[in-house]
Each structure stands twice: as C-alpha cells, then as structure tokens.
Design a protein around this ligand. Structure first.
Ligand code: NAP
Length: 267
C-alpha cells in the first residue's frame, strides 16, 4: 500500500510523521508532496519520507491519498489531480468544511473518507473523527483507521453532520482548553505568582485533573461534587461560574464552531 500526503503543513506533516513512525508502512511507501520549495528542501533532509514536488511522479501510483491543504486551495488542486487518478484510489480529506460530495464531484472519483483531526495529533494524542462515502469498503476503512490512529485515536461517525459537530468539540476544542488555561494563568499572575510558578500551577492542575478523569470511571460532574464541599473554596468558584452562566457560554461556543463548519461546507 502506497500512501501519499498532499500538503506538508501542520496537519499533513503531523499525519505523515505518525504514519512514518508506525510499523504499518515500510520505507518508500510514504510519499509527501508540497508546492513550497523551502518545505521540500527541509523535508528532503528527513529520511523517513519520499518527498515530491511534482504530482505526476507520485499521485498516479498512490493507493491512499491524504489531502491536507487549506480548504481554499482544494479546488485548484483537484483540477490538477483529476487527470492523474484511477478508480481504486481512496482520498482521505483532513480539510475542515469540504464535503464528501464536493470532493467526489471535483475529483470525479467516489472513494472518499472525510475526517476532522485535532492539534494534539502532533504529540500522538490526537482524536480524529471520520466518515466515508458508500463506495469505501469495510477493509479499506479499517486500513484508513489504522493510519489515522498513528496520531492518537479515532472515532467513526455515521454522517458528515457529526464531522461538523466534532469540529465544535475536538477540532476547535484544544483552543477552548487553551482559553481556560490562559484565564487561569492570568489569574495566577494577578495573584502575584511568577511566570514559572503560574505555568507549573496551571499545567499540572490540567494534567492532574485529566489523569484523574482517565483513571476513574467518574463523570466530571461527580468529580466537582467530590472536591467542592458546601461553603468551601471550590464551591465558591463553581457558584461564581454558575452565576455567570459559564457552562452555557461554553456550549454556545461549541455550537458557534459547529455552525461555522456547516456554513463553510455550503460555500
Ligand atoms: N491546524 C489544525 O489544527 C487543523 C485542525 C483541523 C483541521 N485542519 C485542516 O487541515 C488542513 C491543513 O491545515 P494546516 O494547518 O496543516 O495548513 P498549512 O499548515 O497551511 O498546510 C498546508 C500545506 O499545503 C501546501 N499547499 C498549498 N497548496 C498546495 C497544493 N496545491 N499542493 C500541495 N501542497 C499545497 C501549503 O503550502 P503553502 O504554505 O505554500 O501554501 C502548506 O505547506 C486544512 O484544510 C484544515 O482545515 C487543521
């Protein structure tokens, strides 16, 4: 199985590195293509990829093609790709908001897997949701899943609506966590902690809470009940958040991202 990644940016390179470091693909089975000469030059110094700056040389023989360019570059790219394709190839899109139907129409091919990746894939802790067109077989889908899992974990969703929904949860989600972290960092600095101490206090609090959550079968709500005793300090903070409707605001933010993903898909 030959895999080609088109677009060696944040996401393309992350998935390419994940696949290259897994035992799933042997050397010379992973190809990477980009249009930026500087990127090509840097990548050519890394032995794990076969790097191309010409689609003719790598696309026709690829079995699986990961598409990791920005959505606004896709229409032009698809025009160039179209004459080089064959019916057995599977196209795995990492692009936000570009529908399976659009990809099928513009490429004139039917086997498409649409995914929603997220940034922690860069450290092997990503979560990718994915769904497929009807013509992708179960075995082909399993192959794709195994490759996606080289950057963390993945969940299969039944429809593209869930791809847009997962944009609102996991795709954009790391930024919500950073937003929360930034607010706590600023509070710590305001209380007089040094930069270093603020960072340690905040990052370890997040890491510790996640670890507790992962190691126990207890919901976040139950954890809050465990740590917040009546009349205590934690309860004072939770009451303040409830009074300010923070929970609703976070839900609204997730829906704003979801709605935007749907909107982008219609353009
Ligand atoms: N970053 C995220 O957290 C995230 C999360 C979810 C989904 N995504 C999706 O992932 C996709 C890639 O995002 P990214 O952040 O990785 O973008 P990026 O860093 O800009 O990477 C895209 C790469 O593709 C190259 N490129 C542009 N046109 C090309 C073409 N015709 N053929 C080959 N390569 C081409 C770009 O080169 P130039 O720089 O020269 O244009 C760049 O190296 C996007 O569609 C985005 O929606 C990203």
């Amino acid at each position: 199985m030959k895999v080609l990644v088109i677009g060696a940016g944040n996401m393309g390179l992350t998935y390419a590195e994940g696949m290259a470091s897994s035992p799933l693909l042997s050397k010379h089975k992973l190809r990477i293509f980009d249009t930026d000469p500087k990127k090509i030059e840097t990548l050519r110094q890394q032995p794990q990829f076969d790097v191309y700056n010409n689609l003719d040389d790598c696309l026709p023989k690829a079995d699986l093609v990961f598409i990791a360019v920005k959505p606004f570059h896709s229409e032009n790219l698809f025009k160039i790709m179209k004459p080089m394709l064959n019916d057995d190839q599977i196209f795995v899109s990492l692009m936000a908001g570009v529908t399976i139907e659009t990809i099928q129409q513009q490429l004139g091919k039917s086997k498409v897997v649409r995914t929603m990746p997220n940034l922690p894939a860069q450290v092997g802790k990503g979560v990718t949701s994915y769904t497929e067109s009807e013509t992708v077989s179960k075995i082909e889908l399993l192959m794709v899943r195994n490759l996606l899992d080289t950057t963390g974990t993945s969940i299969h969703v039944a429809t593209e609506n869930f791809i847009d929904a997962s944009t609102g949860i996991s795709g954009s989600g790391p930024a919500y966590v950073f937003y929360f972290m930034q607010s706590m960092l600023e509070a710590a600095l305001k209380m007089g902690f040094s930069d270093y101490d603020s960072k340690v206090l905040v990052s370890n609090t997040f890491e510790g809470a996640i670890e507790l959550f992962n190691q126990n079968d207890i919901s976040p709500k139950s954890w809050i009940a465990k740590v917040a005793s009546k009349g205590g300090t934690t309860q004072a903070a939770i009451d303040s958040m409830d009074d300010n409707n923070v929970k609703q605001l976070i839900e609204d933010a997730a829906y704003a991202a979801f709605d935007r993903a749907v909107e982008l898909g219609k353009k």
